[in-house]
Design a protein around this ligand. Structure first.
Ligand code: FE2
Length: 268
């Protein structure tokens, strides 16, 4: 009996570790999730979130190019807030910009990075290619029929524990919103979906941040979250217009169980 418990306590965690390593390293960018939305734009976008200061291998780039994206949406956490050296994140943007324009919004890691390494942040922004568009509470044209927006939130919104009360927050974030166009919002943290709906009547919202819940179980979904008081939107499409990616990377602890890194291909 004792031997059986011993085996259970050692072999099961060991198998889980091997499987996690397999998911993270062997299949890092092989999982492409395809979505078809009916916006009538004729645009194929590729969503990459939570890359966390990693660049792409030649194989990754071959697979990305084969999807023939018209543009990339990078919805935050391209960098790691505590890694002063941004070179791999910058290299990733350059690699993508060689394929198609990149629309990049800020996540909590960029907000922290900008606060603590302001000189490096400025250098990073200056070094971005001309067809990388940073959407920091701003918007710009996307093709003929759409406008793309990026919301940045503030660092205090990302506090762990109870969900930050956004009821008194400014909803006048975006100025001069053009009428008669489809609106796409890059919003890193999916938990604030009620706030996003008050800020902008978007046709599509894309988010990441929660890494799919880190550990996923069949029929249950993601398990690990840092907040309560919210019905999490973790992975997939919600309310017919909010797409949440489980993200393309990880940092600190490379924990992903039954939850591969993913890149999302969206036909708009
Ligand atoms: Fe994040």
């Amino acid at each position: 009996m004792i031997m059986k418990i011993y085996y259970l306590l050692t072999i099961i965690p060991a198998l889980l570790m091997v499987y996690t390593a397999y998911e993270i390293f062997e299949f890092r960018f092989r999982k492409y999730v395809h979505y078809k939305l009916d916006l009538g734009l004729g645009i194929r976008a590729c969503l990459i979130t939570d890359l966390h200061n990693k660049s792409f291998t030649k194989r990754d780039l071959r697979l990305l190019a084969a999807e023939k994206p018209d543009c990339f949406f990078m919805a935050g956490d391209l960098l790691i807030s505590k890694e002063k050296d941004y070179k791999r994140g910058l290299e990733a943007v350059r690699q993508l910009c060689a394929l198609a324009p990149v629309y990049f919004s800020l996540g909590n890691h960029e907000l922290k990075y900008r606060k603590y390494y302001s000189d490096q942040w400025e250098a990073f922004i200056k070094a971005l290619p001309g067809n990388c568009y940073v959407l920091d509470n701003s918007h710009r044209k996307l093709g003929e029929g759409a406008e793309i927006f990026g919301i940045s939130l503030r660092l205090e919104h990302y506090k762990k524990g109870k969900l930050y009360d956004m009821s008194k927050e400014d909803t006048d974030v975006f100025k001069d919103i053009p009428a008669g166009k489809k609106k796409i919002l890059l919003a890193h943290d999916p938990d604030f979906y009620e706030y996003y709906d008050r800020v902008l009547d978007a046709d599509l919202i894309v988010s990441g941040h929660l890494h799919g819940g880190f550990v996923r179980l069949p029929f249950i979904g993601g398990l690990v979250f840092s907040r309560y008081g919210v019905k999490h939107r973790v992975k997939g499409i919600y309310a017919g217009k909010h797409l949440v990616s489980s993200g393309a990377g990880e940092h600190l602890m490379p924990l992903r169980v039954f939850n591969r890194c993913e890149i999302d291909i969206i036909d708009l």
